[in-house]
Write a protein that binds this ligand. Structure first.
Ligand code: 5RP
Length: 226
């Protein structure tokens, strides 16, 4: 297993150990969250966990969790005991950028209802300020997307529509993603409010003040950040 994969797995297993019988668990999306789902799934199959219910943040995580026999329910207004997910950037206050995996809307809808949001990552995700390495994914409606992108550019945001091939990337919700380049200086909370007030914007990848803790794995061990 490549080094980074090993680190992701270590962080994921620390978070998966927090899941106990009877919990409703938000299941994140991405290559790190996948290890957490597998760890929870293995504990479930071994009979170590009973009565656990998952709420999946993507079709891919839904399929993976079900492959272990984990019961999966749709999101409803009841709180989740815990949600475990990866991140693209983690700042010192545990503010996050998420969504390079494309699941930001379902992740935010799910994780805002979690009593505890536990982030799992390898050390390359730590930054001193958001936007240092990653763009900010912004989910936008397909209808009129070029107009929405113009509105985003008028806010001073560079970046581009996510388009890995001939067609734009389509989220599980049937929307597009604009990967915005953040300026050097900005107020994340203010920008979040502005973006949410911009016609055509559905959700942003800012997860501000949501994470309770993060398990961050480096070659010299797993650090728990709170
Ligand atoms: C998906 C996400 C992922 O959690 C984020 O992209 C991190 O993914 P990975 O663990 O593969 O680096 O936000 O929408």
């Amino acid at each position: 297993m490549a080094d980074l994969e090993h680190l992701k797995k270590e962080a994921a297993e620390r978070a998966a150990a927090l899941v106990t019988s009877g919990m409703r668990v938000g299941l994140g999306t991405g290559s790190t969250a996948k290890y957490a789902i597998e760890a929870i799934g293995r504990r479930f199959q071994a009979g170590e966990l009973s009565g656990v219910v998952g709420v999946a943040t993507s079709e891919a995580s839904d399929v993976l969790a079900r492959s272990f026999g984990l019961p999966i329910e749709a999101l409803d207004p009841r709180p989740l005991d815990i949600a475990i997910d990866g991140a693209d950037e983690i700042d010192p206050q545990l503010n996050l950028i998420k969504g390079l995996g494309g699941a930001l809307l379902r992740e935010k809808l799910t994780e805002v209802q979690a009593r505890r949001l536990v982030i799992i990552a390898d050390h390359t995700k730590l930054v001193t300020r958001l936007g240092e390495k990653a763009p900010l994914p912004v989910e936008i409606a397909r209808f009129g997307f070029l107009s929405t992108i113009e509105r985003l550019r008028a806010l001073g945001l560079g970046g581009r529509l996510r388009q890995p091939g001939a067609q734009p990337y389509l989220t599980d919700n049937g929307n597009y993603i604009f990967d915005a380049q953040l300026p050097e200086q900005f107020d994340a909370a203010a920008l979040e409010r502005t973006l949410k007030g911009t016609l055509g914007v559905i959700e942003t990848g800012f997860f501000l003040g949501m994470a309770e803790r993060a398990f961050v794995a480096a070659p010299d061990g797993v650090q728990e950040l709170v």
